[in-house]
Design a protein around this ligand. Structure first.
Ligand code: ADP
Ligand code: MG
Length: 708
């Protein structure tokens, strides 16, 4: 049959056009998000059953799920507890042994089976005497024309929804493949989209056919000849997904560059020079290198779109400050956005101290707080060391700007800056101290506030390369790959909770020596989970048990003013131990704090723990991070070991991505990424690289051309 001659691709044909799909089936399929032929063909099997070689009933074990088959020799439904509970049971025989299959409280199962039926069963034994499986997956073997679809082959097992039989769906997919795909496995693909995808790939691999055609891959996904085919097909289909994404990213970037003119923000050094003198340390080589990249962008033709990655403590703030000064020198305003109020406050304190002597206004705008009309001091006190940099009029580098008779302003805020409707005038640069908390959409929303300001996104957690190339694929990347010298080392230990008394003894020693400590708990209040500690409860205990040392409490439900007060007290060492939730994970900078104790460490992600650990080791003293966990489940102890072994943020981020998946790592609102049916962000770095290479070729080679 030939496809209809319409502009709409046959892949977009609704499933109701297929034989056997009526309104009821269509509604069931829609619950699986299957609406078109294209959707159906990409419905990925959940697993496969090799029905060429199956296990005899006598070979079934308790250890591993396996497929077997047998004939029903007995069956029955038993009700008990006055009929409120039930168990339905079938007994199968295959000549080697008998197998009992039970379904608890699902009395309707009765209607699916009859004496003498032949049944496939997938599961593992719950009991061996008699052999019993509870709630196995089953499929009655039926004779007839189509039986070859289901038996004597590797059969796909699909995700289902209520009322939709496995056999029926498998039959539908088989017939759809036969009608639309089988022919095109040999000749050109039936669907123009697939042909295009094949051509793109051929262009990239320059004839080296390493992966099957799209038609073949789709066929192999549903009905592989060998189980090894499944992964080959997955790679091909994943590659297509990544290519599509990378092309979108490239085109978006290209369109952006075509329409967006950069504001001239290269600066003239008249603020940066005095700033660097008063800073009190010399920038590292890595910081300087990154600043060169930023300066080239901000003085270039297209607005900067740059991601700044650097491990915790690598000194991103100083780089951000220099970038801000470039725009300020050029007569533009700058917005700096932090993910939490605490961090916005901290930046505000720093930047006020740094910038006001330079005659730059710094304003704080958070949900709860606004400083406004901060006037730059006319004659500020000289900074430490008495260098006369503060009076910009007299500084040798400080020329009054002809561009900008009014002093420019640095606005600092949380994402409230986004939603306040607050208009940021003359915005030249937006800096997002992102730390994985801002989504792509939010990023765009913010940037639209100005007329294509430059954009610098800073992430604290090193981003696994796969995410760097997808989630942040439209940004250029700078990496600060060097920590400032003279940092105290951090030692990390994973311990069980019975060691806590010794740990506290150790912490007291450190406090007595004048150091400070963070103690982090997973919950604000107790929620009844066994063994999971809450910061408010522990605060009550530790307040007295740690006396005379003073204990502060910090969590997300405090009022902003309370948070600020406790942070100020901790910074001043008036509070010696800060009990907190993971709220403090981002950015907080108190160099005298050298101990980080995390209880119920298994409740946190690795990247998060790495962030928490980054709060210490900021001064010259040796620091200690102690992770307490009793959990053995889900590889918790193995996960935590990664932290004992390395302080390399990239390795940790990659381990975290592999162990927890991108959803966990990014947070739900974060992702802005399409859902990949076949692609795996934790594993597919090579495919993503290939996709990017291809997309670059396609988008660059044919500017506005025919390929795209
Ligand atoms: P992060 O990259 O985690 O945001 P920060 O910018 O907070 O790191 O810097 C961590 C600490 O290191 C701060 O106390 C900062 O003043 C200090 N610092 C930054 N750059 C240098 C440098 N080149 N030499 C010495 N200390 C530095
Ligand atoms: Mg920071």
């Amino acid at each position: 049959m030939s496809p209809p001659e319409t502009k709409i691709s046959p892949l977009a044909t609704p499933l109701t056009a297929l034989w056997g799909v009526g309104a009821e089936r269509a509604a069931q399929l829609a619950r699986l998000n299957l609406r078109t032929i294209g959707d159906l063909l990409l419905h990925r099997p959940r697993r496969y059953e090799d029905r060429r070689h199956f296990c005899s009933i006598a070979q079934l074990t308790r250890d591993e799920a396996a497929t077997t088959r047998g004939t029903i020799v007995a069956l029955g439904l038993r009700r008990f507890r006055g009929g409120s509970k039930s168990v339905f049971e079938i007994i199968l025989d295959d000549g080697t042994a008998r197998l009992h299959c039970r379904w608890w409280n699902l009395p309707f199962m009765e209607k699916y089976f009859a004496m003498g039926d032949e049944v496939f069963v997938y599961g593992k034994l719950k009991e061996t005497k008699p052999r019993t499986i509870d709630h196995p997956e089953t499929e009655v073997i039926e004779g007839g024309e189509e039986s070859f679809i289901h038996i004597n082959r590797i059969a796909p097992v699909y995700p289902l929804t209520e009322g939709l039989p496995q056999r029926w769906l498998r039959g539908l997919i088989w017939r759809t493949l036969e009608r639309f795909v089988a022919a095109s496995r040999e000749s050109a693909a039936h669907f123009p989209e697939w042909r295009e995808a094949d051509e793109k790939l051929a262009a990239l691999s320059r004839g080296a056919a390493t992966l099957p055609s799209r038609a073949n891959a789709i066929h192999m996904t549903h009905f592989p000849e060998e189980l090894t085919d499944v992964e080959i097909a997955r790679q091909r289909l994943a590659l297509d997904e990544f290519i599509e994404l990378q092309i979108q990213i490239r085109l978006r970037r290209k369109k952006f560059e075509a329409q967006a003119q950069a504001l001239p923000c290269g600066g003239d050094n008249r603020l940066i020079k005095p700033f660097l003198v008063q800073l009190g340390f010399k920038l590292t080589g890595a910081q300087t290198k990154v600043l060169r990249e930023i300066r080239a962008d901000m003085g270039g033709a297209h607005p900067m779109r740059r991601l700044l990655q650097g491990d915790v403590g690598s000194g991103k703030t100083a780089v951000a400050a220099c970038a801000a000064l470039m725009a300020l020198e050029s007569g533009f305003n700058v917005a700096l956005m932090a993910p939490t109020e605490i961090l916005a406050e901290q930046h505000f304190h720093n930047f006020e101290k740094w910038f006001e002597p330079l005659g730059v206004k710094v304003e704080l705008q958070t949900g709860s707080k606004k400083t406004s009309n901060i006037q730059p001091r006319k004659v500020a006190e000289p900074p430490r060391g008495g260098h006369p940099t503060s009076n910009i009029q007299r500084h040798p580098h400080a020329q009054p700007s002809t561009l900008n008779p009014q002093p420019s302003t640095l606005f600092i805020g949380t994402h409230a800056l986004l939603t306040s409707g607050f208009d940021l005038p003359k915005l030249g640069l937006v800096i997002i101290d992102e730390q994985h908390k801002f989504g792509v959409a939010q990023r765009e929303q913010l940037v639209r506030k100005g007329r294509y300001p430059h954009l610098l996104v800073m992430t604290a957690t090193p981003i696994p390369r796969t995410l760097g190339l997808t989630l942040y694929g439209d940004l250029d990347v700078s990496v600060i790959d060097e920590l400032p010298a003279g940092r105290g080392r951090i030692k990390t230990f994973v311990r069980t909770a019975d060691k806590l008394p010794k740990v506290w003894e150790f912490i007291r020693e450190k406090l007595a020596a004048g150091r400070q400590a963070y103690v982090v708990y997973p919950r604000i209040e107790e929620s009844g989970e066994k063994g999971v500690k809450a910061v408010t409860k522990e605060f009550e205990n530790l307040k007295t048990s740690l006396a005379p040392f003073r204990v502060g409490l910090l969590h997300g439900r405090l009022k902003s003013r309370e948070k600020e007060e406790v942070m100020a007290a901790f910074r001043a060492n008036a509070v010696n131990v800060l009990l907190a939730t993971s709220l403090i994970e981002v950015g907080v900078d108190v160099p005298n704090a050298t101990v980080m104790l995390v209880e119920n460490a298994e409740q946190f992600g690795l990247a998060q723990l790495h962030q928490l650990r980054g709060r210490i080791g900021r001064g010259a003293h040796e620091s200690h991070c102690i992770l307490i966990s009793d959990a053995k489940t889900g590889g918790a102890d193995e996960r935590l070991k990664v932290l004992e072994e390395t302080t390399d943020g990239f390795r940790i981020a990659e381990a975290d991505l592999k162990m927890r998946g991108p959803g966990e790592l990014l947070g739900r609102e974060q992702s802005g990424l399409p859902e990949f049916r076949f692609g795996n962000l934790a594993e597919d770095l090579n495919l993503i690289r290939r996709a990017r290479e291809l997309a670059t070729q396609l988008v660059e080679v044919s500017p506005g051309g025919k390929t795209i």
